[in-house]
Design a protein around this ligand. Structure first.
Ligand SMILES: [Mg+2]
Length: 330
């Protein structure tokens, strides 16, 4: 079929910078893709790279789309451009659904907060804010660590655990920012907390060490009771496959928007049944809907809380717009 490809860049500001061990994230940049067929039916996709997770840059993605605009079939995109693979594949799936007049696979954000992991602000601000997601019905919360002094962060963790209901679960995300010694100290504290049945539990420590320290993280996973999850280590499907081949069977956090071709991710999940937790890449509603659709198809049973508490983090009204409305704004 004859299909025109158009690409528009976006740049949106976080209402408050997202602070992680990678630094402070102030602006989310990415691309929207529109495919239009000869009968003016359109499909939208989103390319939302995170270069510090090892993906391509927005400039890489834009250069590919502009110079290879004719070769927009997702299968023609090299694996190094994993976010581009996702965005073009989703645009094609959306166009196909428009042609078939099919409904979207996922009703628009129909998830209960109990199914979504609430994202706490980094540092001591989490203590003042923790009651808010709990009041909204979240039972799993995420808190970024490895940003401030460890002794302070551990004190805040102890206070946070006391403030949470005993049935709550807390995910600690170090974003690869800990040393081995620090990871051991954190896991010792987590194991002590998790040995107490009367307080909230630490679901896992996420990506304690950088991605090149897989063997050390496997050793940690074997020595401590508290689970370890990989995130930066498995940013793309190729990395996920490599970690799986090296024997990792623990939790993996997968951001569909940067993982690569959705069909390949789905096939991997169906073949291996990894302990996958699906997560947002702070994409717009366009990428979010596609990522959630994939998560619904691939999540294990019972499904862990989805890491998609990203709405309301931006200083704009884009979450209220349809894909076509957002496209027209750019
Ligand atoms: Mg993470």
């Amino acid at each position: 079929m004859g299909v025109d490809v158009a690409v528009r860049a976006y740049r949106r500001q976080f209402a408050r910078p997202l602070k992680t061990a990678h630094g402070s994230w102030r602006w989310r940049e990415g691309l929207l893709v529109q495919l239009r067929d000869s009968q003016a039916r359109v499909g939208y996709g989103e390319i939302a790279p995170i270069p510090w997770f090892g993906t391509e840059t927005v400039a890489d993605a834009l250069a590919f789309c502009q110079t290879r605009g004719g070769a927009w079939q997702p299968g023609a995109v090299p694996n190094e451009l994993s976010a581009t693979q996702f965005g073009l594949a989703c645009a094609l799936a959306d166009l196909t659904a428009a042609i078939d007049r099919a409904e979207s696979a996922v009703p628009s954000d129909s998830f209960a907060n109990a199914d979504i992991c609430g994202l706490l602000p980094t540092g001591a601000a989490a203590l003042a804010m923790a009651h808010q997601p709990i009041a909204r019905g979240h039972r799993t919360l995420k808190w970024k660590i490895g940003v401030q002094a460890m002794t302070e962060e551990i004190q805040w963790l102890e206070q946070l655990i006391e403030a949470l209901p005993h049935d709550a679960q807390l995910r600690l995300d170090a974003n690869g920012g800990l040393s081995l010694e620090q990871a051991e100290q954190w896991l010792t504290v987590c194991d002590r907390i998790n040995a107490d049945p009367h307080v909230a539990t630490i679901a896992y420590l996420e990506q304690p060490l950088p991605p090149d320290r897989l063997a050390a993280m496997q050793t940690l996973a074997a020595h401590y009771q508290t689970a370890i999850a990989l995130d930066e280590s498995v940013a793309t499907l190729a990395q996920l496959e490599a970690c799986w081949a090296r024997g990792w069977r623990g939790v993996v956090v997968v951001k569909p928007a940067i993982a690569g071709l959705p069909q390949r991710l789905q096939a991997f999940c169906q073949a291996h049944h990894p302990r996958v937790v699906f997560s947002s890449a702070f994409e717009t509603r366009v990428g979010r809907q596609a990522a959630l659709a994939l998560a619904c198809h691939c999540a294990p049973e019972p499904a862990p809380a989805l890491g998609f508490d990203t709405q309301g983090w931006f200083a704009d009204d884009w979450d209220t717009l349809t894909p076509a409305e957002l496209w027209d704004r750019l």
